[in-house]
Design a protein around this ligand. Sequence first.
Ligand code: GTP
Length: 329
Amino acid sequence: MSRIPITLVTGFLGSGKTTLIAQLLTQPGLAGTLVVVNEFGVVGIDHDLLEASSDDTILLANGCLCCTIRGNLVDTLLDVQAQVADGRLRAFDRVVVETSGVADPAPLLGFLLSDAAVMARYRLEQVIATIDAVAGAEALERHPEADHQARVADRLLLTKTDLVTPAAADALAARLRGLNPVAPILPVLQGQIAAEELLGPGSAQDATAPCGPFCGDPSHAHEHHHHAERFSATVLHATQTLEEADIARIEAALRAWAGPHLLRLKGILPLRDGRVAILQAAMMVVHPAEFQPGPAHAAGRLVLIVEGPAPAPLLQALEGFGLERDGVG
Ligand SMILES: Nc1nc2c(ncn2[C@@H]2O[C@H](COP(=O)(O)OP(=O)(O)OP(=O)(O)O)[C@@H](O)[C@H]2O)c(=O)[nH]1
């Protein structure tokens, strides 16, 4: 059974998460989506769109399902699977989770990645953050949650650019690039974006993104480390293919070091046998590596987002596997 991809949509209060998701749901490709939201109705669902409901899960006319988080996200994700299994809920092939605007997504990623039952049925595809061009800079300044949301995202969506000058939007984009040098920044008006542009394999596996976490173009002057910042983003390039046993050793090195200082780690490492190993971690959780058939000439990358500078002993250990730091911190 193939695992169901999860896209986490994070972003500060009022930054346009609901607008984005509601717009995505109108697109035919997303008909089999289950949307999980924090509060009933936050997806702004027009009641005409509602077709049926079971417990607190509602079926929208376009075929999407929408449910509210009961207890915690892990319980909800397992519960909806149980509902599908016993026929109470129609099957779904994608999950979009709208997190609370004030939630720090890093612990949430940790919970997801650490739950074996969830990870057996689902896979974390990507994290999208909406950043409000009007209020975003202040939110980043005042709220560590907003800062974390921007740092851990695979894609940053700059919303409400119609309400600010191009110079202000550029200044915020530059700031975001400083916080998260590896995520592409996409301006989105009223949530209007083609699902294909946004969803899909996710950056951890998306070696072809124009300038994503795995941007390999040396002409892109990413600033990967910021001494003045509390956090650093470090990108390591794979200079060689690896054996499965090497991946186990890399996981062990990461486990020895993971902790609350680790906001997020994502990696795609090519193996000698043509597969790739996908690594993901957040906080103290290092999810067991997943092995997939790799795209030909997959460019291996590992991105570390940590509080403080990336620890030298870990970088040294990773260097032993041919993972070389991209740029100087
Ligand atoms: N002008 C303008 N308004 C927008 C845009 N995107 C969203 N909005 C408006 O911003 C307001 C907040 O958007 P929401 O989608 O509810 O934001 P949210 O992140 O889901 O908010 P919370 O659920 O409170 O965290 C709504 O009134 C939207 O219509 C945009 O690109 N331009």
